[in-house]
Design a protein around this ligand. Structure first.
Ligand code: SF4
Ligand code: SF4
Ligand code: SF4
Length: 245
């Protein structure tokens, strides 16, 4: 029997589910290997009988926790997809502000009707078996992770910084271009795609385990930048990992 899979969304833009919906011919291959029983973005049917749950988006409300726990109970494997789910992602920008102020800004005089708290990744609430990082995640990495899981293997994700890929790609470092980049502390796996296009790494794949912040600070000093230059870039994706809860 094919494994039954379901997709769920929490706070996010649904960009990762869109990546799955846009798999084109690979979608047919995937459908040949699994039975999709729930996927709000592409089908009406829904079942609570599934083996693998793919979860997109951050947990931003207490009631999200109940839903997450129910999904965990139903699924044999839980996979976080996209940085909102894997690291809290861009939603955690609000964790740097007063939550009542945030609520008022978004909901105005209806603010009290909407319960919310600091945005967090789903593994802050439930156990997660695998991660597909990125904002959005890439189709290739998603397929690789699914393949590993179907083979009963633990998906491998790089635990070295984007700089490693960037150097291999022979890019001119953003610091040499008078720009600020967090590739020094960000988990690789995207083939430094943003820098390859002439921009910088914003950190969407989250921090590597044990990021070498001393080396990062040395780079700042070397290029005459200050910690303040770094703070805004760190706020973009690292809010939860930096302890802003
Ligand atoms: S990780 Fe990015 S693409 Fe995915 S839901 Fe969050 S904001 Fe959207
Ligand atoms: S551009 Fe960014 S990712 Fe590339 S080497 Fe420089 S700091 Fe590292
Ligand atoms: S280069 Fe940085 S921001 Fe761009 S995809 Fe890779 S990790 Fe994300």
């Amino acid at each position: 029997m094919k494994p039954r899979v379901a997709f769920f969304d929490f706070a996010g833009c649904e960009g990762d589910q869109l990546q799955v919906a846009n798999l084109e011919e690979e979608l047919l291959t995937l459908i040949g290997q699994v039975e999709v029983v729930s996927f709000r973005e592409v089908m009406k049917e829904h079942s609570d009988n599934y083996d693998i749950a793919f979860i997109e988006g951050s947990c931003t409300r207490l009631q999200d926790e109940d839903r997450l726990k129910q999904i965990r109970k139903n699924a044999k494997l839980v996979v976080a997809i996209g940085s909102c789910a894997t690291i809290g992602g861009i939603n955690c920008i609000r964790n740097y502000r007063d939550i009542d102020e945030v609520r008022k800004t978004v909901y105005g005089d209806k603010a009290t009707l909407f319960d919310t708290y600091a945005a967090r990744p789903i593994d802050a609430v439930i156990r997660v078996d695998a991660y597909v990082h990125g904002c959005p995640m890439t189709k290739d990495e998603f397929l690789q992770v699914v393949k590993s899981l179907l083979l009963g293997k633990k998906p491998e994700i790089p635990n070295y910084p984007v700089c490693v890929e960037c150097k291999k790609n022979e890019n001119i470092c953003a610091f040499e271009r008078d720009q600020y980049c967090v590739g020094t502390v960000t988990r690789a796996g995207c083939n430094s795609c943003c820098v390859n296009e002439g921009t910088i790494c914003w950190g969407c794949r989250g921090l590597v385990d044990n990021p070498n912040k001393n080396a990062h600070e040395e780079v700042l000093v070397k290029y005459g930048l200050t910690v303040d230059d770094a703070i805004d870039k760190f706020k973009l994706y690292f809010g939860w990992q930096e302890g802003k809860k």
